[in-house]
Design a protein around this ligand. Sequence first.
Ligand code: AHR
Length: 482
Amino acid sequence: MSSILTRARRRAVAALAVALTAAALVPAPAGAQFIDVPNPLVQQRADTAIYKHTDGYYYMTASVPDYKRVEVRRSQTLAGLGAATPVTAFTAPSSGDLSGWIWAPDIQYVDGAWYLYFSASPSSARFAQRLYWMRNTSANPTTGTWSAPQRMTTGWESFQLDPASFTVNGTRYFSWAQDSPSTNYNSHMYLARMTSPTTIDTASAIEIARPTHSWEMEGVAGVVEGPSPLVKNGKVFIAYSASATDSRYKMGLLSASASANLLDPASWTKKSTPVFQSANGVYGPGHGSFTVAEDGVTDMLIFHARDYENPEPDALTDPNRHTRAQQLYWSDTGDPFFGQPIAPGTGQPGIRGQYSDKCVDDYDWNTANGALVRLYTCNDYAVQKWEFSYVGGYYRIKNLHAAKCLDNLNGSTALNADVGLWTCNGGVNQDWSILDRGNGWFSLRNRASGLCLDNYEWNTADGARLSMYTCNGVGAQLWRRG
Ligand code: AHR
């Protein structure tokens, strides 16, 4: 019997060796970085649009507290945006169609010129929002001259806001929110082709979303707004925001195949549950944009939120929707995984267990190959900081202190097998996929074992063992960044 087992084991080890060798040929991620963004990133800036340009700068615009101007700022780093000097591109006049509130500008670079798209209203009717554009032909949009605002016509006149322009396969699209005459909802969401950077092909406009879930109707008749486009993995995603702009504000997600006819409503699917919502002392997260970190590859979620639950005197007048940034992940299904908002002041988040509320820790600061990782009270030390590098379907998770990767030691497939640190080598035993377990919790499934990172025996003591076990979605296998 033992000889048969030996032969079988030899075959298994040989097969695994082949797999490990093959996987080791997988190129290391094309750049990656420890994400360290001081949140809140920019005080009192909501509906934030960040555009990373080919000149290496991040260009940012957003709603300002009094809604009386459109400003642009730039920085070579995300972290630098908070201190960057904003430059005013437009100031609301004392009278006329744009003398009321200016909301949610988007910034784009199209065919050699910069464009700002935003909504504005007259002071006599501040909710009579209409869409406008401005152009600046300077290489740096914090310099030069912006053209006077011109109307963007959508095809019908009603409350319209939150413009977002993006391209897919060479076609430029425009998405926005607008009041539909067909319902009593505050807004539906629309998409149309653009025939120029300043013109919507109104005949192509379609409705891609309307409020249909209770979480899109909290505190309002029904709101879907703040379209935030993201094109990746052969799909087009449009994150949006729903409900009142207080702590009930949540993000939802629309998706379509990038090869589909995006102007066919049937191409779009709406996720039935929110993808991002209040948690961890962060309230009303939403209406942002997507960019990449300085490495050019790590996807980043930009959003606004408050640090308290009840805005005063109301959700629009309260100025403290601050801009925030955190890593956006990709689940094993190829969909974006938003996770949970990371608590203010947490620059480099850990991996925190739902059941234990403790963090994955390079125990005893051990940097040797084979060092075991354990649970420990969450702290701000390097032993609990992890870089998630996406390699297409999987993440390689590197510890900041040890500079070694989370590793299924020996590539074991045994239940309760050890998890530790090993020199990053691209092996399948260092590949972990993110399973979306709902409400921003995730599990980490190891590629070599198919098993999930597990708080062994639900032990919550400092130094508790971490292992792998059959993926079951229970609290011992639920994690969040933070
Ligand atoms: O911040 C002003 C408006 O409030 C934005 O345009 C909209 O997305 C939000 O509800």
